[in-house]
Design a protein around this ligand. Sequence first.
Ligand code: FAD
Length: 384
Amino acid sequence: MNAQNLVVIGSGPAGVSAARAYREAGGTGPVDLLTADADPPYERPPLSKEFLRGESELPLLDEDSLAKHDITVTLGDPVTELGDGRVRTASGAVHRFTTCVLATGSEPARPGIPGADHPDVRTLRSAADSRELRAAASGVRSAIVVGAGFIGCEAAVSLSRLGLQVTVVCPDDVPQEKRLGREAGEFLLRWLKSEGVSVLRGTKLKSIEGGYRVRTDLVPILDAGVVVLATGVRPRIELAEAAGLTVEQGRIRTDEHLRTSAPGVLAAGDVALAHNPAAGRALAVEHWGEGLAMGEVAGRTAAGEDAAWDTVPGFWSVVGDRVLKYAAWGDGFDRARPLPRDDGGFTVWYERDGKAVGVLTHEADEDYERGQELIRRGEPVPAS
Ligand SMILES: Cc1cc2nc3c(=O)[nH]c(=O)nc-3n(C[C@H](O)[C@H](O)[C@H](O)COP(=O)(O)OP(=O)(O)OC[C@H]3O[C@@H](n4cnc5c(N)ncnc54)[C@H](O)[C@@H]3O)c2cc1C
């Protein structure tokens, strides 16, 4: 691709990494990074952890290298239209491009039940959301967190550490049973309980009244000072759809170079369904590290390099002080094999058709690292 200028849409890891990699790969044209976010690019993982608890400032993302690489960042002005070689923003500005990277990420998905869209019902995606949740939590005694995915578990522990009585409404019998299996869910459940968090297991949300009263199928009414929905995300694909790009499984389909179906338009991060040659299929991934990795490939592709996204996706979660590391193709397993250790650490191996497809570890870094290689090579899970 012979790029003369680059427009990047989105200031998450995929967008920032694309802009930086373009420069580092020798791209010399002007680079505009356009974002809907009012804050300068920042790290998202702390928003449910230390930043939510007020223990850290907002950690900025790549501040020095954006300036050093002469990347123009425009904040708080969402792109509203992607057309043939140009984008238009809400303020009416028009930017022409020879290459564009779509890195619009995801937004929280609110369940389709009565009251879920009440403005007092919180979600957690941006720095502004995290600040608002911290402020809302400061004047109340209890919180209900709906959903027990990583963001739900992390936020629940953070709110508990802020002194709130926290109840998690967990749709599975144990947290993330469907995604990570029974054994991993039991570890998460024990961690939540040890942090003073109550978990309503196998419970489905029915409605939310007035922003603060939650009805579930098992417990008729729960009152809380603040209700947080951690019920998954939806990739932001509206621009791509309107521009006629190929969309599959709710994400923008790309090849391993992160090229979409439209010439000169790339996509990276949560919003992409990218082909991964090591996996032999397209993968949907919602991890910070993969945002960085895919962004880098998109930036290098934009600069004319022959780069491909072929890493095994990896994810770290910090629940209180406990670190979980997960590497997996992330699209299913037929057997989970837990290996608890005497020192409190553990590994869960995931396999499909006899091959390693994932590994989840706590204080077992050697298994995490070994696992990434086994998964990449499609080898069997080790016996011990
Ligand atoms: C609270 C929280 C904690 C997390 N913790 C972890 C963790 O511990 N480990 C981990 O691996 N992952 C974690 N994640 C997930 C990780 O942050 C995401 O997978 C990652 O941020 C995705 O990167 P992205 O660049 O694709 O999109 P995003 O980071 O979502 O960035 C998208 C960007 O696009 C902008 N945008 C959207 N629409 C437009 C538009 N129309 N015009 C202009 N700009 C637009 C947004 O403002 C934003 O800047 C966490 C996520 C959250 C919300």
